[in-house]
Design a protein. Sequence first.
Length: 456
Amino acid sequence: MLKNTIFATNYVRMKKSFIFLFVSLLIMAFSSCRPEGNLPAIDVVDDSISCTITPHCSYALVNCRNLSTSIVIDTCYIKYSTNDSLNNGKVHLLSHINDTTSSDTIPSLTPGMTYYYTILVYDLTGPQSTDTFSFQTLFRQYPRVVTDTLYKTNNDTLLSVTGLYTFDDETPITEWGFQWSIDNANFETIRVVNDTACTDSLSMGMQQFDTIIPFHSCTTYVRAYAVNEEGTGFGAVKVYEFEGPKAITNEISNIKETTCTLSGTIQEGVPADRYQVKEKGFCISTNPNPTVNDMKYPSGVTGWGAYESEATGLEAGNDYYARAYAILKSLANGQETTIYSDEDQPFSTIQSFMVTFDYELIPDSRIVLLMGDVIGDAPWTIALKGFAWVEQTDPSQTEPGMPSYNDIQQCGSGFGYFEYLKDDFVPGTRYFVAAVAISGDKQTWKVSDWKIVSVE
């Protein structure tokens, strides 16, 4: 960062005076700023000079240089004023440096003000003047500050930070340092005192300083500051992103009526070796953002990395939300912390198919019409549907157990209505009868309510 200055350089050509009266008037006008004694005869009428104005807040540096190789400047003045007519302007003699250069400081200027000026050079014929030009002094302002570097030291509890500030002689820096926060709002100040780096000037008007600040294993916001009599200047906020351990919910697969398989990952984060994984798994709820207080399915394994859990006891056709969790134990103090994946993963269990049963006794016969219906939809497929019956041997028995595959009177496959005419029930005997349907993978069986059927 360069010193806070503005360089206004004007290259101007001296104007030759052809009329003696005009020269005389100029002499009268500026006689009060001429030095005592006679000026040397220097012919500068047709030659050029350059004038460089370096404005500050309350003063300006002036440097005039002769651009001619054949003329030697001996005396040079600057006339300046806050109005462009230069009425009642002040005249300042520039110090003679060498045969080509004159320079000096114009003091007691007003900050933030525009000044108009002309350069005067004398020879035996009188003063010669440039055109009128202008410059503006600087406004007094807060220090300009840069938050330079921010990084974690080898000590996991400290961050190193460097800053830069600009200064000038008129508004010295009285305090500098850093402010840090973990929420980018409530900043705490660390004042840098007697820092040796503050005495090393990197370039004109710029100083570097540094320190270390505490690190709390979370995202930290840091900014440099400096103070002068005008107020406090701040550098831009820099952020050290703490990459803590992270839980990630990956894929939910093998979703069925009441079960599913969940997979996830627990990442260690940076800095490492700060925690150990005591438990990891998944939590599920019918509401978003489930916690371990809802349905919890630990994976049974510990450590960082990928894992799976099997969720059971769900309800068919229900909407759920799942997310990974991990219980971490601090290696520093033993404190336990539960983390969750940032986003939960919605899923729905499969709506089960169902089968219904009814029957009808055919009048004046011993024939019974058994009627069934398989109700459902994809992704289910029905490999077999039919009826099962078993004799009620005990009057107190309410229903039999699950029929075996060989006990089923098969009536086809697929969803929909089906029927069977049963004509060999023994008269006076009571039978349990039900409709049965088996899924395409033969893993899911559905049996209707059992009904008691008898013929006379």
